[in-house]
Structure formats: C-alpha cells, structure tokens
Design a protein around this ligand. Structure first.
Ligand code: GDP
Length: 578
C-alpha cells in the first residue's frame, strides 16, 4: 500500500517535526519531491524514516531541535511567512456543515475574552498545536462561489462534508464541481460516523466514482471520518488541514501589499455600514483609507471575532471594519489609498466604470458573446437535465458535435432546474461558460442573477434545437472559414518608381483586377509574394476595377520587388459555411 500523506503526517509527528521538514529531508536524501498527490512506496519510505531516526536518535535531544536546515528555500514568488490557511466548508444540505463549524468553534477557538463569547462576524480562527486555521463561517457552495463570481477567492482549502449515512448526493456533486472550478485542494470529512447506519466504505466508493479516490484506496483524496455532533476526530481533520496548508506553502508578508476580501457586509443601525474582511496578505490598519469596489472610507475601527477592538489585522485574520460610506458587496477586494481624497476618487471612477457593461452580456446572443471573447479556445458548459439518463444523452450529443474541433469542459452536470448556484458557478469561471438546460427551466431568481452577471442561459425541450445551437456556438468559436475566389490575372509589362513605392504597369489577361483585392505574384510559376493591392490606376486616375484586355498600374502593399514578366493573380476571400 502506498504511504499516504496522512501517514507522513503521523510519522512526522512521531518524530517531533513538521511533515514539511520530513518531506524536505526526503528531498535532501534524493527522494523526489513529495508534493501533494505524490506518494512513495512503503519500503522506500520506511528506509528513509529509519535513516532519519538513526541520524537524530543517538543525540536523544528534545524534539524541539529538529534539523531544520533542510527546509527548502521559499520559492521567489512565495515570500513572507506561513500564514493561517483560510478554509470553507461545503457539502449537501443536512450533512453537518453547520454542526462541524460549531464543533470546531467550541473546541478550538481560544477564548479571547472572559467567557469567550464570539461575535459571529462571518469567520473565526481555530487553534491547534499553536497553529491557526481561519474558517469562513458561512457554509455552502453558494457563498463560496458567490465570492468567486465577484472575482475574489478568499478560500485556500475546502472541506467537503459527506454524511456517512447518506453518501454523495446531488449537492455534494455540485460542491465538488464548485471546488474544482476554484482549483483549490479539498479534504473530505466523512461525517456522522456515530450513526448506526453509517457506511464509510460506501462514501469512499461514491467519492471514487466522482474522481476523488481516497488515499487509503490508492488515490490522492484525504478523507477523515468524523462525528461533528459528538466532536469526534475533529482534531484529526484540523491536522489534515494544516498538513495540506503546509504542502501548499501558503505564505504572506505582513509588511507587503494588502490583499483582503469582504466576506460579509450589512448596514447596522448604530454603526453604519459594517463589513467583515479576511486578510490574505499584508496588514489592514485602523485609520487606513480604503476602497471597496465603488465605496470607500477611513477605517474607524477594527473589531475581532471576540468583540475586541484591535489596531491591525494581519494575514489570515478576519475582522469587522467600520467606517465605509456604503455597504460593499461580498467578494469585493479592499485596496488601500494614500488619503481619503484618493480613495474617494478611485471609488467614484470605479462606480462609473462598473455601472453597466457586464449587465448587457446576458442580453447578447451567443454569437456576440464569442465575438467579444477573443480567446475562446474551449467551451465551458454547465448542463442540467431532468434525469441522469437525459444528462448523459446530452453530454454524449454535445461531445459528438464538438468532435475534435473544440475542447468542451463540463464544469458541472446536474439533475434539476437551473439555479442561482449554477449561475454563480458560470460567472466565477474565467472565459465563456454557458448554462444549458434540457427539459428543465431556470427559476426566476436564477434568471435575474444571470442577467446581472452576464451569464447566458439556454434551455431546450427538443434535443435537436439544443444541438443546433451548440453547433452554431462551435462554428462561432472556430471563426469563419474562407475560400479563395479568383477574379482575374494580369501580367507585368513594365515597372516604375513612385514616391509610395513601385508601380507595375500591367495588362489584364483575364477577368478583372479590383482595388483592395488580394494578390499573389507568380514568377516562373513560383509564388514570390501574397498580399493586397494598395492602389489601382488607369492612366492618372484611381479606379475601382479594370477589365480584361486593358492596361493599368498596380501597386502592391508592402512589396517592391515586382519585375517585368511577373503574373499577378487577383482574388477575394469568400466566407463559406463550415
Ligand atoms: P448542514 O445543513 O450541512 O449545515 O447540516 P447541519 O449541521 O444543520 O446538520 C443537520 C443535522 O444533522 C442536524 O440535525 C445535526 O444535529 C445532525 N448532525 C450533524 N452532524 C452529525 C453527526 O456527526 N452525527 C449525527 N448523528 N448527527 C449529526
């Protein structure tokens, strides 16, 4: 059986070092980099561990003195110190997301105040082995992707909760696809293992079917069986989060530029606009002048989850801020300005810029959309249908028309009507992502959101209509195809110099020569140039075209090597149907 990351973590802990140090040691010993998803076989591994323990055992030193000199240099792009990972919890309804967040809060939130009452500001920090993890307190993929749809990604690691008595359900699959679209690592918490009908193996096999094969089964998905209700094995889950955070090498520089995202906001009667920000990098200070989307302000106060006023919030920390002029939207990034005037100016400029352009996108036809998106090299789709059978049929048909002409990425495929969460997902992925429903409809809320976000929603009851539209989209993506249509041929009888270049005095042998037409120059039947006709003259007049049997002067764009005896073939490009 391969050695899993879980094992590495356990062994590293036994040795009193971090798994990162252990991995660095392995690398130093010539082992390949053990990045996430990489495993070594058990034999190799025990060899290394033995070497390692032999080396450090005789000194019988306290485990606080590990040979840290082996830690790899931080890569140039990742500077600063490790910061607490920011974690979101996702999963099917009733699988225990809220219970899990509560359990962590109760067992692991350090009481910062007598009584340790937390405020519910939208995020909290848990602490384990002196290390911190920041949890976003609003579970579910709607909140998660809603933020991403605004262009902000707060989360570093996702915890997918799957109830062991229920297995992978529709919203579990949705959550998986939302996490995948975000391109962040996930850990699966198999919850409710205390229940008599809990079946961890079934969950694991469900996960494998979704391409999330557990480490224990030779895959690279970390799973932890827990009971959120009884608070069992929560620490192990937290340890796995720390392990993944270590592997991901999540760093930040408290003195660097600020990167902070609004995760919650509301208008408070007494306090005015209130927003919770998560700081991903840099530090947010009291009295900073900030811009949040189209609003701005000076930070009047920073309040932590325990209700304490603090002067600054560093990487990985979540704080409430007071002092903004208006309530900013969730998912908005915070920027720091030099002074309040600059903040105001920038916010106003932003407001002017963002009032409409995206809105109109939903009203555009698919064709217009692709004209706007120049680099649409793949078609991203979210497909919804009334049954899994219909969904599969739809997928097959679409893949059929796409053939190998364009790449199709199914961002998500699900049974049921098109919902807001589908729209958010489409809005959050870069490039063009269409939502296509077959035999289902989009609810009113979803349509309204699609309109706002500029997401195109297409619904069909007849598969042929659907396929026809997809064919149209693919044709649009590929761009038009052209065919050369020959217009005429002229021979060069003499050449003369003009200020603009060289003019060829020609006799039109057949067809006609037209101004602005395309031209190929043939010399001894070899093509020596292909380009465009820059000017066409008859005697001293510019003319539109010259027919066969007449003489004319032709000057070609960017070609001055024309010679007596050359033949000029004139043609146009005609758009043809693919
Ligand atoms: P959410 O919709 O995913 O946030 O789910 P909740 O946290 O609200 O949990 C749904 C139900 O499952 C509640 O009645 C919880 O008490 C119950 N529940 C959550 N975790 C566990 C668990 O580990 N064991 C058992 N037996 N029940 C749980």
């Amino acid at each position: 059986m391969p050695v899993t990351r879980k094992r590495i973590y356990t062994i590293a802990k036994e040795l009193g070092i971090t798994s990162k140090e252990l991995i660095a040691k392995l690398e130093q010993m010539g082992m390949p980099g053990l990045k996430p998803a990489n495993t070594v076989d058990a034999e190799e591994y025990s060899l290394i561990v033995n070497l390692y323990t032999e080396e450090s055992a005789p000194t019988s030193e306290a485990p606080e003195a590990p040979p840290v000199q082996t830690a790899p240099e931080p890569s140039p792009t990742k500077q600063g110190a490790p910061r607490p990972p920011i974690v979101s919890v996702l999963g099917h309804i009733d699988h225990g997301k809220t219970t899990l967040l509560d359990a962590i809060r109760h067992t692991r939130v350090a009481a910062k105040e007598a009584g340790g009452i937390t405020q519910g500001i939208g995020a909290y920090q848990a602490e384990i082995h002196g290390q911190r993890i920041t949890f976003i307190d609003t579970p579910g993929h709607k909140a998660f992707t809603g933020m991403r749809a605004r262009g902000a990604q707060a989360t570093d690691i996702a915890v997918l909760v799957v109830a062991a008595d229920d297995g992978v359900m529709a919203q579990t699959v949705e959550a998986i696809n939302h996490i995948r679209a975000a391109n962040i690592p996930m850990i699966v918490a198999i919850n409710k293992v205390d229940k008599p009908n809990a079946d961890v193996d079934k969950v694991m096999s469900d996960l494998a079917k979704q391409g999330l094969t557990p480490e224990e089964w030779g895959g690279d998905t970390i799973t932890v069986p827990i009971s959120a209700l009884k608070g069992e094995r929560i620490d192990e889950l937290l340890e796995m989060i720390l392990l993944v955070a270590e592997m991901e090498d999540i760093r930040a520089d408290p003195n660097g530029p600020l990167e902070a995202i609004i995760i919650e906001s509301h208008l408070s009667k007494g306090r005015g606009p209130v927003a919770t920000v998560i700081v991903r990098d840099g530090t947010l200070h009291e009295r900073d002048c900030i811009i949040a989307g189209s609003t701005y302000g000076r930070v009047k106060a920073l309040i932590d989850e325990a209700g304490n006023r603090i002067h600054a919030a560093g990487p990985g920390e979540a704080v409430e801020i007071l002092g903004l002029e208006e309530v900013p939207g969730v998912g908005t990034k915070i920027e720091v300005a030099k002074n309040l005037n600059e903040a105001k100016r920038k916010a106003e400029k932003r407001r002017a810029e963002t009032t409409t352009p995206r809105r109109s996108r939903a009203r555009m036809s698919v064709e217009e959309l692709f004209l706007q998106e120049e680099e649409a090299d793949k078609l991203q789709l979210i497909i919804k249908s009334a049954s899994t059978g219909a969904l599969e049929a739809m997928r097959r048909e679409i893949e059929g028309v796409a053939a190998d002409k364009v790449k199709i990425d199914f961002i998500h495929a699900g049974v049921g009507d098109i919902t807001e969460s589908d729209v958010l997902l489409a809005a959050s992925v870069g490039g063009v992502c269409l939502i296509v429903g077959f035999g289902v409809k989009a609810d009113a809320k979803a349509l309204r959101l699609a309109d706002q976000e500029g997401v195109i929603v297409l619904t069909y009851d007849i598969i042929y209509d659907l396929i026809e539209e997809i064919e149209r989209v693919i044709r649009r993506m590929l761009g038009p195809e052209y065919e050369e249509l020959m217009l005429g041929e002229a021979e060069v009888r003499n050449v003369f110099k003009v200020p603009a270049g060289i003019v060829a005095g020609c006799y039109v042998n057949s067809g006609k020569v037209v101004r602005g037409g395309k031209a190929r120059v043939l010399r001894n039947e070899q093509e020596v140039h292909a380009g465009e006709i820059a000017s066409l003259r008859r005697f001293d007049d510019d003319v539109r075209e010259v027919q066969a049997g007449r003489e004319c002067g032709i000057r070609l764009k960017e070609f001055n090597d024309i010679q007596v005896g050359d033949r000029i073939i004139v043609f146009t490009l005609e758009e043809v149907n693919r």
